[in-house]
Design a binder for this molecule. Structure first.
Ligand code: HEC
Length: 202
């Protein structure tokens, strides 16, 4: 490598570094557009001179319904009938439904309400100012099934909505399982069949 070549390399390198430190205020020179500029109207933007009402496009015809994600307002989908919470779970309660409810409750509800529903989950131990309701207390035992479904779907006061995480069928399974937890919390000695031993229960 000649001396001259080496020093010209140094000059180029220094010029490069100088480029890094200087603040460029002009927009970069664009050799090829690369689709960076895409003239268009945004949906429902107000643009003069296209349509008489000043919109950039037309509104959907009246009474149009969504083809995806549309849910009819049935008791199954809303927990309501004529504006009132339905009293009873519309899904027949079977052992399989309760097992499904247990699985989903332990995933979606137990972090706050704990696996017994009493409200001592891991979240309130970390955030003591955010206390979940005790789902086994009389006030909640008195809730209609549709009311519990509605709390899961829409949230209530400081409880967030779970309709986006928990499918409708799973919500009804959880409602059925909340009833199991309530029944268990209010169990009486006479609920246990005579002759049952601890070993048998375990
Ligand atoms: C992120 C924590 C959190 C999760 C998860 C959660 N809850 Fe709650 N829940 C709360 C809090 C907090 C309250 C009390 C709301 C209040 O009174 O401000 C509550 C209240 C309730 C109530 C009673 C409402 C009332 O009037 O007292 C029900 C029923 C309930 N939750 C059911 C559920 C079910 C079922 C799930 C699972 C799908 C669930 N929650 C998941 C935090 C949670």
């Amino acid at each position: 490598m000649t001396k001259k070549f080496a020093s010209s390399l140094l000059v180029v390198a220094l010029a490069g570094l100088a480029g890094c430190s200087s603040i460029q205020r002009d927009p970069p020179i664009q050799m090829l557009d690369d689709m960076k500029h895409q003239p268009k109207f945004k949906a429902q933007a107000s643009i003069d001179g296209i349509f008489a009402d000043g919109r950039s496009n037309r509104l959907a015809p009246e009474d149009t319904v969504a083809r995806a994600g549309y849910r009819e307002e049935t008791p199954m989908n809303t927990g309501l009938s004529s504006g009132m919470y339905i009293g009873q779970n519309p899904v027949p309660v079977t052992m399989a439904l309760l097992k499904q409810g247990q699985t989903k409750f332990n995933i979606y509800c137990a972090p706050c309400h704990d696996q017994t529903g009493m409200g001592h989950g891991v979240v309130p131990t970390r955030v003591p100012s955010w206390q979940p309701s005790n789902l086994t207390e009389d006030r909640v035992v008195q809730f209609a099934d549709g009311d519990i479904f509605s709390v899961i779907s829409n949230g209530r006061r400081t409880m967030p909505a779970y309709q986006y995480q928990v499918a409708i069928a799973d919500r009804w399974a959880i409602v059925a399982y909340v009833r199991v937890l309530q029944r268990a919390a209010h169990g009486m000695p006479y609920d246990v069949p005579a002759g049952t031993t601890i070993a048998a229960v375990r």
